[in-house]
Design a protein around this ligand. Sequence first.
Ligand code: HEM
Length: 409
Amino acid sequence: MSTSSDTLAFNPFLPEVHEDPYPLYHRLRSEDPVHRSEIGFWVLTRHADVLALLRDPRTSRDPRSSERVELLRASVEVGELLDEEEAAPSMLFVDPPDHTRLRTLVNKAFTPAAVERLRARVQEIVDGLLDRVAGTGTMDVVDDLAYPLPVTVICEMFGVPEADWDRFRTWSRSLVRLLDPLVAEDAFEQALQARLALRSYLRELIAERRAHPADDDLLTALIAAEDQGQALSEPELVSMCVLLLVAGHETTVNLIANGTLALLRHPQALARLKADPSLACSAVEELLRYDSPVQFTSRHALAELEIDGHAVRTGETIVGVLGAANRDPAQFADPDELDLTRKPNRHVAFGGGIHFCLGAPLARVEAGIAIPALLERCPDLELGGAPVRRDTVTLRGLSSLPVTFRAAG
Ligand code: HEM
């Protein structure tokens, strides 16, 4: 990877790119839309190409189809740390027919109707979190709202006792580093250790729930889910729980925090949403597009492919830059404008094709309630200090967003 910002190189770790990747994305999209990065990835930045990649059955989500993952594995002393997850990878990392089977089973437990039923509880949690800060006139949007909301929701769905939530935060933080395009060896090993600890915790939770099934609980529903006489095996069940719990901890937080920051930087849009909360749904879609919480995903070529005249070899990795696709002028008029009424808004912030985000309805409900409530309960909302960016690049978010507002009576 180049360290110079003058050369056209896809290096999301450069500090200026990490802070604001969109100028680089625009250059890549117009000058080299099927870019060969210096570490050998193909990088796609056009909306049409990214969507085609996500829908292409000649590509795989399974790391075992990548030549690069084999190299990494050979170079790191991780041995048995990989074994258990590899025996039953989560559905995000497998292809059909396994993906179809796992997704069908989880769909039975994680239904849009079940998510809609959570609406009242989400409102209650948001009200409780805002009650704590409304009288003070200051808060950190990440610590006081964006993080505790989705964590409370997903932990309650699984029946994880509150005393264990902090441990989940630590495990989940380590684990998501595996999503970045490059991971330092020590962080890689730490992430695998965290995964082992989380899996072992979940095996106990599952055993306990098998013995004492609960009403209206996602874990009980996952244990019970069967399709044509087949249920999830124990390792598959654990992998599914890891995926859902980590997704529940690490994604919606970024939507609420990035979205609030975007609104603070666009006071007219903020005022408009505050005046008309019925804009909440389309506002959430625009905030997802404008500063997407998941910036990239990747696929591995299962065969020789041709993308816009470029020959891609079997086993090569193709990165689809969701954040760039979502700013493509060929798809979105004035893509750098924040337009809360944008229609149509065919963003790919939740991916596309068979791996389209399972949690999208939940994320939409959480952000659609939290952001308007924040604006209503915290009048004259303003930045109260410099926002701090998370150091991950695949997941784009903030670790701190200090704000001030007019304290309630
Ligand atoms: C704003 C919040 C969220 C964003 C932006 C987001 C984004 C994404 C994206 C881009 C993918 C596709 C990845 C790919 O194709 O490689 C995905 C998949 C997935 N997401 Fe989300 N996600 C969010 C929230 C959630 C939540 C809250 C959950 C669950 C609690 C969740 C569960 C999943 C699962 C299980 C998959 C894999 C689906 C499959 O492989 O079939 N997500 N998400």
